[in-house]
Design a protein around this ligand. Sequence first.
Ligand code: ZN
Length: 190
Amino acid sequence: MSTKKLVGLVKGVLIELGENPTREGLRDTPNRVARMYQEMFLGYDPKKKPKLTSFSNPNLHYDQIVSDHGYFYSHCEHHMVPFFGEYYFGYIPNGKIIGLSKIARLIDYCSAKLQVQENLTKEILDTIEKELKPKGTILIMKARHLCKEMRGVKKNNGEMTTMDARGIFKENYDKRKEFMNILALSSSLS
Ligand code: ZN
């Protein structure tokens, strides 16, 4: 991503909007936007992809669910405006465990490009499945879509929820329910 090219392109957009990019308030804006894009869209750089270092743990003798919850920020590919919200992740290890901060970093990385929420949810689980080969994974993403809230129909509730479940979580309803119970428990504790 060339900073210089991005600066020029942002300047062009400002002019086309009817703005004067040399006025004081806007003078540094193309530069700031270019640097912000480089940060928010680092998901296009394969070198920035976090390594999912895992640890062997053969002592896990039953189908223990490991769960995590956090926030994510992405941009929709149709309008280039943010969609952002919370994720709820769970997995059942298969002899290998992973630090939950790695999951958070992977979600940040996958979020940092233009896409639709359905594909984001899928891509995250695809990557974890490939690297960790767990017995099961589940991911729920709940997000506000500003393209729905700010334009067109201007519906207040631009919320969308996606869920993907693999392995035991897909095949076994009770296990999926157990995960939902953990979520209910953790939200009542917070
Ligand atoms: Zn959109």
